[in-house]
Design a protein around this ligand. Structure first.
Ligand SMILES: C[S@@+](CC[C@H](N)C(=O)[O-])C[C@H]1O[C@@H](n2cnc3c(N)ncnc32)[C@H](O)[C@@H]1O
Length: 249
């Protein structure tokens, strides 16, 4: 199939973790040029109120456990809107290519012959820990990090990361399966005293951090009523006093 003449195109915009001022300038520019915005539940939803009159907003937001619009339908919406000659912004939380299924959306556009561009975003995987004062790498504590989805529990690579403790483990979509993740890590030999931090609603006024050791975090999270969206950080960098009077240089 061929693309009809006209400016129809899709721009995947990474919106960052939620605060409007963590959306990139390039992303904002794409929004000012949009005819239609296909939006998620997470990310800078407040920016939708600033769109010019006449810009259509299609909400395909997914709440955990309630996949209101299946991915294949989102792909179809993007293609169909662009084929009508419209400038489509697909506004996504964080970065489009970090556990965000942005790759599938690009594939769908390309398969349909629709021009598609990606505007990177500030991923929650790095920014939400940073906003809570947690560096995912820190000299002498962790020289690397591993980002994974907790949705189906930890895979072998993530379990190895939790066990070894040399790199920071960052888990997205892990709140509902926190008990399982912790059990997997402990069963693999991770130290029960490993610091863990869970940061909810990063960059919003409801941002909150709950901390505990690996052995305690399930009880701590339950007591605090931790909810999604949240980023789980496991490793030495999650220690509350990490950046207090650090003399290692
Ligand atoms: C489907 S993933 C999308 C990740 C996104 N592409 C990114 O780069 O941030 C959604 C998960 O990201 C995390 N997340 C996104 N925004 C967040 C926020 N503001 N605070 C805490 N966690 C967030 C949560 O773990 C949530 O379940």
């Amino acid at each position: 199939m061929t693309t009809p003449p006209g400016p129809g195109r899709v721009v995947l915009v990474g919106g960052g973790p939620g605060a409007v001022d963590l959306l990139t300038l390039r992303g904002r520019r794409a929004l000012t040029e949009a005819d239609v915005v296909v939006a998620d539940r997470l990310g800078p939803v407040a920016v939708l109120d600033e769109l010019a009159p006449g810009v259509e907003v299609i909400d395909v937001g997914k709440a955990p456990g309630h996949h209101t619009v299946p991915q294949h339908e989102i792909n179809a919406i993007l293609v169909e809107q662009a084929r009508r000659g419209r400038r489509v912004v697909r506004l996504k939380g964080g970065d489009p290519f970090v556990l965000g299924r942005g790759g599938e959306e690009v594939e769908a556009c390309r398969a349909a012959g629709v021009p598609v561009e990606v505007v990177p975003g500030v991923s929650s995987a790095l920014s939400v820990p940073a906003l809570a004062g947690i560096p995912v790498t820190h000299r002498g504590t962790a020289a690397g990090f591993h980002v994974t989805s907790g949705h189906d529990g930890l895979d072998a690579l993530a379990v190895a990361c939790a066990r070894d403790g040399a790199a920071t483990l960052v888990v997205l979509m892990g709140v509902a399966v926190l008990g399982r993740i912790v059990a997997q890590a402990l069963a693999a030999g991770a130290v029960a005293g490993t610091p863990v931090a869970i940061v909810e609603n990063g960059s919003t006024e409801r941002q909150r951090t709950v901390r505990g050791s690996l052995g305690e975090i399930v009880a701590a999270a339950a007591a605090a009523g931790v909810r999604s969206p949240a980023v789980i950080v496991m490793g030495g960098v999650a220690a509350e006093d990490l950046l207090e009077g650090d003399a290692r240089g």
